[in-house]
Design a protein around this ligand. Sequence first.
Ligand SMILES: CC(C)(COP(=O)(O)OP(=O)(O)OC[C@H]1O[C@@H](n2cnc3c(N)ncnc32)[C@H](O)[C@@H]1OP(=O)(O)O)[C@@H](O)C(=O)NCCC(=O)NCCS
Length: 142
Amino acid sequence: MTAPQTTDIPQPPMAPAQLPDGAQLVLRVMPLPADVNANGDIFGGWIMAQVDLAGAVLPSRIAKGRIATVAVNQFVFKQPVSLGDLLSFYARITRIGNTSISVRVEVYAERNPTELHVVKVTEADLTYVAIDAQGQPRPVPR
Ligand SMILES: CC(C)(COP(=O)(O)OP(=O)(O)OC[C@H]1O[C@@H](n2cnc3c(N)ncnc32)[C@H](O)[C@@H]1OP(=O)(O)O)[C@@H](O)C(=O)NCCC(=O)NCCS
């Protein structure tokens, strides 16, 4: 008996969404009950931590070494995040300076599996600095 071709196996539908042009998917994660706040939504601090992790992916690659977050220049919670949402983090480099790299992160929630749809929940601008072994800024490799 031959194994079925993967093209024969029905795949789940893609969730419809207007995803950011030219950005890269850097993280996907689903919050857990421990991440819920007193309103029953997901705690903003947990979302901020995930955005910081996601935002670091492309700058780390460019810096080819250690980086540190120097600033969260903008952070907007556009919609609440709910338990059961699958979050996708898209990132795009917005500036490369001498020692710093800025990035825009946009977060989309895939929700309601019975009638799947995607909602933009958060957007943020962060800046990371390439650092040396002493934690001091070093030039971004060109
Ligand atoms: C990151 C750190 C090494 C920078 O050191 P520093 O002496 O302040 O460095 P500088 O003032 O020379 O700034 C370094 C770069 O950051 C940029 N920068 C500093 N503050 C910024 C801000 N608020 N927004 C955007 N960029 C900023 C500077 O413009 C510079 O970029 P450039 O070299 O591309 O022009 C130091 O501030 C630090 O260790 N901070 C703590 C980091 C940390 O613990 N983060 C959380 C955990 S990762």
